[in-house]
Design a protein around this ligand. Structure first.
Ligand code: F6P
Length: 326
């Protein structure tokens, strides 16, 4: 097996709370094993521009609790072209880098997979996205924090909704996945949860809200995923406003606050375990895989399978939501 001596780590795509904890784990595990560790700034863009800096143990001091990413992040179209990847490879070679850890989402893994097929630098992916939409892992770095941020906000919305007897339609992130909506909706007792994976009949929701109106249940929260077919919270509001003329309705789009903030305990631990496992994988010769956590154990998925998770909602969860919100 070829020995690894110099590794690099980067964060790519949308930032997610816990990315810093993962970077810290990669750097410190690498140093423990006497590797030279480099940080690539701005994801793949930094590879193309040769923004590659040596890292020491103290470079990652005081970051485990911080949101965002000290390595910065970007989405880089050029890396998806063969010429871009060649340039990136040549820059990595200038630093003799022989192992790369990519922290990001499925788009970042596609890039890493192509790169590892074309060049002799093994890549390890760590799932860093608030959306939790990656196959091969039960959780992604940032999801738990994002959901907790959403919960805190929705609880506050319920206070004001309750004071005014209002219907609130709250939009959460997730791109085309509904996990943030599902988890935050259950945890805040939302009356309705609308997510792309589960076709929700708007007429049924309206009928239910009308029934609630009749029995003077005037506070209702609808949590809708941004990727829902109605076009998110504004789309839902538009659809129901004519049929519920008496409802005092407000829309709240939570937006990017869900991406920021200090990572939760779960995200810090997940990121630490994954970062540690990534370096071990490179040392053991387990190459071109994504590190996931399945049933609380480290699990490797080949990069070419670490794509967007096929979205399915457990029908039992859907049934439970209905029962508990009635
Ligand atoms: O993938 C993370 C995510 O926050 C999605 O939930 C959201 O749709 C998207 O990124 C927003 O991207 P941007 O920050 O580029 O607007």
């Amino acid at each position: 097996m070829k020995k690894v001596n110099n590794i690099a780590v980067l964060t790519s795509g949308g930032d997610a709370p816990g990315m810093n904890a993962a970077v810290r784990a990669v750097v410190r595990t690498g140093i423990y094993h006497q590797l030279n560790v480099y940080g690539v700034m701005y994801g793949y863009r930094g590879m193309l521009k040769n923004e590659i800096l040596p890292m020491e143990s103290k470079s990652v001091a005081n970051i485990i609790q911080r949101g965002g990413t000290i390595l910065k992040t970007a989405r880089c179209k050029e890396f998806y072209e063969p010429a871009g990847r060649k340039k990136a490879y040549e820059n990595l070679k200038k630093h003799n880098i022989d192992g790369l850890v990519v922290i990001g989402g499925d788009g970042s893994f596609k890039g890493a997979q192509k790169f590892s097929e074309e060049f002799d630098i093994p890549c390890i992916g760590l799932p860093g996205t608030i959306d939790k939409d990656i196959a091969g892992t039960d959780f992604t770095i940032g999801f738990d924090t994002a959901v907790n941020t959403a919960i805190e906000a929705i609880d506050k919305i319920r206070d004001t909704a309750d004071a005014h007897d209002r219907l609130f339609i709250i939009e959460v992130m997730g791109r085309d996945a509904g996990y943030i909506a599902l988890h935050s909706g259950i945890a805040t007792g939302a009356e309705h949860i609308m997510m792309p994976e589960h076709k929700s009949d708007v007429d049924d929701i309206i009928a239910d809200l009308q029934a609630n109106e009749r029995r003077r249940k005037l506070v209702n929260l609808i949590v809708v995923a941004e990727g829902h077919e109605t076009g998110g919270a504004n789309g839902v509001a538009e659809m129901i406003k004519h049929q519920l003329p008496n409802a005092d309705t407000r829309v709240c789009i939570l937006g990017h606050i869900q991406r920021g903030g200090s990572p939760t305990c779960q995200d810090r631990i997940l990121a630490s375990r994954m970062g540690y496992a990534a370096v071990n994988a490179l040392l053991e010769g387990t190459h071109n895989v994504m590190v996931g956590i399945v049933n609380d154990r480290i699990h490797y998925t080949p990069l070419d399978h670490a794509c967007k998770a096929k979205q399915e909602m457990d029908p039992e969860w859907v049934k439970m939501c209905k029962i508990l919100a009635s």
